[in-house]
Design a binder for this molecule. Structure first.
Ligand code: AHM
Ligand code: MG
Length: 336
């Protein structure tokens, strides 16, 4: 029988005895914004014949870039319901306070990357939205502040992503497993397609931008060589797969088993990816699915954030693969 995301959320609310339905309402807002973004992203290629981003359209409005569009949609959907008192986004320099009567009493903050991998849209490659939800630490009724946003990933109450791919999917966790829903555009519904997702303990896919090889820490170089060794194990040599769109690379590896790596380099000592908008939510998801996420020396979820747009090296995926690269990074760190 078909189970929709809406029904599933209500069902799962019973798992939290003191839940008042706020988180369920918040997830419904995410679902609505995801549908709107799905619609726009699916016709993105028409931009070429209907006007590029930045141009003025027939109605005299300027066409928005899709990442700006996605940011506005998610923000509007989250502000409309009153559960969220503020958001932080990769698209905004500062956090945004929802300062209306409803939202001031909201208990949650949301951090998001509204459209990750947006440069891929030009070439029709899958992109994603990543979101992360925390209970605020400041009192309800007061104005939201920086400390509400700078919480370690362990404190997340929910996280997830939307992948706009050959199908659009919404995958999320509230700390009780990871569940995936595939969008049926003819019905306008997300339907449960992947209940209780688990990532394999070990895998044979490695995903990294190998063009930067010469700039990587020695332990990561050793790991890449290890992946390529023909006889290191029956799984060798591993398969290299890198879309360059984090949600897509993560989603594939979650299902098939594998590891995604974004190491530091001398030029970018913290790597490229953002701790709060990208790494923490995916780290929460992978741990819930039986995998691991590390910055090379500690679990990503244990990092105490210091600023909103902070970056971190990121190694995420099947636990045995993450252990292996972590060990090599530690073993060879004197040589960096
Ligand atoms: P973005 O947030 O500016 O879109 O950058 C994040 C993206 C990820 O989706 C992807 O995994 C990574 O950047 C690719 O980076 P690179 O091109 O350096 O390999
Ligand atoms: Mg991003």
């Amino acid at each position: 029988m078909l189970r929709t995301l809406g029904e599933f959320i209500v069902e799962k609310q019973k798992d939290f005895p003191h839940a008042r339905g706020e988180l369920s309402a918040l997830l419904s807002a995410v679902r609505l914004a995801a549908k709107i973004c799905h619609r726009e992203i699916n016709k993105a290629g028409l931009g070429d014949i209907m006007g590029e981003a930045g141009e003025i359209n027939a109605q005299g409005e300027s066409q928005k870039k899709l990442d700006v569009f996605a940011n506005e949609r998610f923000k509007a959907a989250l502000e409309a319901r009153g559960e969220v008192c503020g958001i932080a986004s990769e698209e905004e320099d500062h956090f945004v306070i929802f300062d209306n009567e409803l939202s001031r009493d909201g208990s949650y903050v949301v951090l998001m990357d509204p459209l990750d991998g947006s440069s891929n849209i030009d070439v029709n490659v899958s992109v994603g939205t990543i979101f992360s939800i925390y209970k605020r630490v400041t009192p309800v009724g007061s104005s939201v502040s920086m400390e509400d946003f700078l919480q370690p990933g362990r404190k997340q109450v929910a996280a997830g992503y939307v992948i706009y791919g050959s199908s659009t999917m919404l995958v999320y966790t509230t700390g009780n497993g990871v569940h995936g829903f595939t969008y049926d555009p003819s019905l306008g519904l997300f339907c449960l397609s992947h209940e209780n997702m688990r990532t394999p303990d070990d895998g044979n896919i490695y995903s990294i931008n190998e063009g930067n090889y010469h700039k990587f820490p020695m332990g990561v170089k050793k790991y890449i060589k290890y992946c390529q060794e023909p006889d290191a194990s029956p799984r060798h040599p591993y398969t290299a797969r890198y879309i360059g769109s984090l949600v897509s690379d993560f989603h594939r590896n979650l299902i098939k088993g594998g590891i995604y790596l974004y190491p530091p380099t001398a030029k970018t000592p913290k790597g490229k990816l953002r701790l709060l908008y990208e790494c923490n939510p995916l780290a929460f998801m992978i741990e819930q699915a039986g995998g691991k996420a590390s910055d090379g020396s500690q679990p990503v979820l244990d990092i105490q954030p210091e600023s909103l747009h902070q970056r971190t090296p990121f190694y995420v995926g099947s636990p045995k693969m993450v252990d292996k690269v972590e060990n090599l990074i530690q073993e060879f760190k004197e040589q960096d």
